[in-house]
Design a protein around this ligand. Structure first.
Ligand code: ZN
Length: 287
């Protein structure tokens, strides 16, 4: 991906190396490990509200609150994230303008180990997530290593796709889709709830494709191999693959993000068509 000379967004909040307030211990935390074991992640599957589960057990005698002075080893990655975020700002600002609306830019919080959001406290292992009440995307850069080592999805565009997917959730929140789906989910059984979740997630994948289409049109960000990297990432983190990795078999009813084939399909639809209208996963007969 061509990004080195791109504009960097001012909306990256660097909380790496910071401990949490409220005396929640983040070092050597078996509590967080436990939470991580239960959740595969917002990006990989779970609701933001679930993040607060198990918090009481995690309360520990207060630890000192100070940045740990972590070396800036990841700064190239931070710059990359800031450029990708800026590219999403440009694309969605323009898309909202054409709809006669205003795009409120989200913040992206970089953290290490654990972070406190309006959706609860989350450990790194939950993966990147978007929290609608505070309009923030939360990302521990170590996820990108996992993406490569655990899921075999390497390359900078695979990482950009992850960020663009979370920004897609922000777009859904601004358009009122998130609220509508949450209301609906409150009235249906768990299996129906999962189906709605899948449509939400596939729409975010499609929106990531829409972003890539438009960012490439204005800044030629895509290099040969990038689309394949994105498709590979979409496929690697399909629920069927993840379930096979984590429990050895596939339970379609428990899918919350969609299968590998579905994620690839919707990312591609967004990428090819390049507009929001292409991403109506809620009325699509075929996912
Ligand atoms: Zn998602």
């Amino acid at each position: 991906m061509r990004w080195r000379n791109g504009r960097q967004s001012d909306n990256v909040e660097d909380r790496r190396g910071m401990s949490l307030s409220r005396g929640v211990k983040i070092g050597g935390g078996s509590g967080l490990g436990l939470l991580a074991g239960v959740l595969i992640g917002m990006f990989l599957g779970s609701e933001p509200t679930v993040l607060v589960q198990g918090i009481p057990e995690m309360q520990a005698p207060s630890v000192s609150v100070q940045p740990s002075g972590q070396p800036a080893a990841n700064d190239d990655q931070r710059n990359f994230v800031a450029v990708v975020l800026a590219e999403t700002e440009d694309v969605w600002q323009e898309a909202f303008r054409t709809m006669g609306r205003t795009y409120q830019v989200p913040k992206l919080v970089l953290f290490s180990r654990a972070v406190e959001s309006a959706c609860g406290i989350a450990g790194s292992a939950v993966g990147p997530f978007y929290c609608p009440p505070d309009h923030r995307i939360y990302l521990d850069l170590s996820f990108f290593e996992d993406l490569q080592t655990r899921f075999g999805a390497s390359g900078d565009f695979a990482q950009a796709y992850v960020i663009a997917h979370e920004v897609g959730h922000h777009v859904q929140a601004l358009l009122g889709i998130t609220q509508k789906v949450n209301e609906l989910q409150g009235r249906v059984n768990p299996s129906e709830r999962n189906k709605l979740s899948v449509r939400m997630e596939l729409q975010a994948d499609c929106l990531a494709g829409v972003w890539a289409h438009n960012a490439h049109e204005s800044h030629q960000i895509l290099e040969p191999g990038d689309v394949e990297e994105g498709l590979n990432a979409a496929s690697a983190i399909g629920d069927d693959r993840i379930q096979r990795k984590t429990q050895g078999h596939v339970v379609p009813d428990a899918f919350t993000h969609g299968s590998a084939a579905q994620r690839v399909r919707w990312f591609k639809i967004g990428l090819e068509r390049g507009n929001l209208q292409a991403c109506d996963t809620f009325n699509a007969d075929r996912l």
